[in-house]
Design a protein around this ligand. Structure first.
Ligand SMILES: Cc1cc2nc3c(=O)[nH]c(=O)nc-3n(C[C@H](O)[C@H](O)[C@H](O)COP(=O)(O)OP(=O)(O)OC[C@H]3O[C@@H](n4cnc5c(N)ncnc54)[C@H](O)[C@@H]3O)c2cc1C
Length: 433
């Protein structure tokens, strides 16, 4: 088989890149082909919290999150495919003692406001109004982002895949790439479990599996897989019982076209706390956890905001699925301390997953050093889902030799770690804040 562009990995990155490149290709001439060894969203994407936050310290990342949120928010209206987008608002908390963090939030908010992202500092009284039932001590400060929310990750990846196919892309599910084929410093395709596929360009977006595939082709990049754990607790009735029809806030279609227009204006009128069946996403930087409701399943996910205690995973195919009792107890304790309504609720399962890290917690996106025609898109740690539309757009621009306007390619350059040693991973920061 011959492909114009061969994409390896059917997570949110692979399907987003397939969609954006297929829109630029002649499917009858040479198609975009995406290979997925398991099922679409079988990797990190399918277990993602898929929180859409725009509050970042790096402007490059905040702009990508903003532009991507516009695409996600308008996706259903444009395509008729539901991705479960819900706009709940996002509340970041810092404790009274965390002066450095508070200063950082203030700085971030100034920058976010300058690029059209609505975000403001809120005191403990305002926090209680925004999140009924939340316990905060005197002096606690929050950063409130009213336009953030979340979506359903598996639905989103499947919808991106289906849309890519509607533009002529081929998605071959259950077909794995076994080896990249490089001849004379140039990629020519990949050997797969169903024979060789020849291609002009190959994109490796195989998440935690990327490192091995690339290393075997002589491309050594600092990518490391770790194992985060999530715990789930039933969502209290007070938050989920106000079920509404499809006009739920944010669940509908919002057409967000002007990238510099404030999101608030475009989304105004949609903020209706009765209809989300969820409370705001909580990111508690004082105690290091986050909580995000899964209203359709009547439960809430709790995870850690840092990667320090996550075990390194050498073989992503042998992921240990058992979540420690310490994590389950810790997660319950954190959430119940903040929101007493959860004390009456039962545990609702737990899950281990994979993050792919880089030494600076930012992704690697761009041409692989030393192999022409090969592109790497990996290392999105715990915050890649929200960036996928911008990543897809920028990678398509790169492959077609266009100026990259979707993000700053230098920021994500695969060559930026040339002088980084392996121990640098130890300084991996929390949540890009
Ligand atoms: C628990 C958890 C919570 C998260 N929460 C958030 C959040 O709230 N917000 C946010 O923005 N981000 C979040 N993230 C991060 C985000 O989900 C990831 O950054 C993103 O999903 C990475 O997508 P990907 O396509 O790069 O990788 P993956 O989703 O891992 O996709 C890689 C795919 O490649 C396939 N593959 C591997 N090797 C091969 C091969 N040789 N041939 C063919 N196919 C292959 C795999 O089967 C897999 O499906 C979270 C992640 C996790 C794990």
């Amino acid at each position: 088989m011959r492909a114009k562009i061969l994409i390896i990995g059917g997570g949110v990155m692979g399907t987003s890149i397939a969609l954006k490149t297929a829109q630029k290709c002649d499917a009858l001439d040479e198609p975009v082909v995406l290979l997925e060894k398991g099922a679409l969203a079988a990797g990190s994407s399918g277990r993602s919290g898929a929180i859409l936050r725009m509050h970042y310290a790096d402007q490059v990342v905040a702009m990508m999150a903003r532009d991507s949120l516009r695409e996600f928010a308008g996706f259903e209206g444009r395509t008729g495919r539901s991705i479960g987008f819900r706009r709940t608002g996002i509340l970041l908390l810092v404790g009274a003692e965390q002066a450095d963090r508070m200063a950082q939030l203030e700085k971030n908010i100034e920058m976010l406001t300058s690029i059209g992202i609505r975000s403001s500092l809120v005191d403990e009284g305002e926090i209680r109004d925004l999140f009924p039932g939340l316990h905060v001590e005197e002096g606690t400060v929050g950063a409130w982002e009213p336009d953030g929310g979340f979506l359903e990750p598996v639905k989103t990846v499947e919808a991106f895949g289906a849309l890519a196919r509607s533009y002529g892309a081929v998605t071959r599910v259950g077909v794995g790439a076994e080896r990249l084929v490089v001849e004379g410093g140039r990629i020519t395709g990949a050997e797969t479990t169903r024979g060789t596929i020849h291609a002009e360009s190959v994109v490796v977006c195989a998440g935690a599996w990327s490192h091995r595939l690339l290393a075997e082709a002589g491309v050594e990049l600092p990518l490391r897989a770790v194992r985060p754990e999530n715990h789930f607790i039933d969502l209290p009735r007070t938050y989920h019982e106000a079920e509404q029809d499809g006009s739920a806030r944010g669940e509908g279609s919002v057409d967000l076209e002007d990238p510099l227009e404030a999101l608030s204006e475009q989304l105004s009128g949609q903020l209706d706390p009765e209809s989300t069946r969820a409370h705001p996403v909580l990111i508690d930087l004082e105690t290091g956890f986050y909580a995000r409701c899964h209203p359709d399943d009547h439960k809430t996910r709790i995870g850690r905001t840092d990667y320090e205690s996550d075990d390194v995973v050498d073989d992503p195919d042998a992921l240990d699925e058992e979540v420690s009792s310490e994590m389950k107890a810790w997660a319950r304790e954190q959430l119940c301390h903040r929101v007493a309504a959860y004390q009456r609720e039962k545990d609702a399962g737990s899950e281990a997953a994979l993050y792919t890290l880089t030494p600076d917690s930012q992704a690697i996106i761009g041409p692989a050093p030393g192999v022409q025609g090969l592109f790497v898109v990996s290392g999105f740690s715990g915050h890649g889902f929200k960036l996928a539309p911008a990543v897809g757009e920028g990678v398509a621009q790169m492959i077609f030799g266009e100026a990259v306007s979707a993000f700053d390619p230098d920021f994500f350059s695969p060559t930026r770690f040339a002088s980084t040693d392996a121990s640098a991973f130890e300084s991996t920061g929390a949540f890009g804040l």
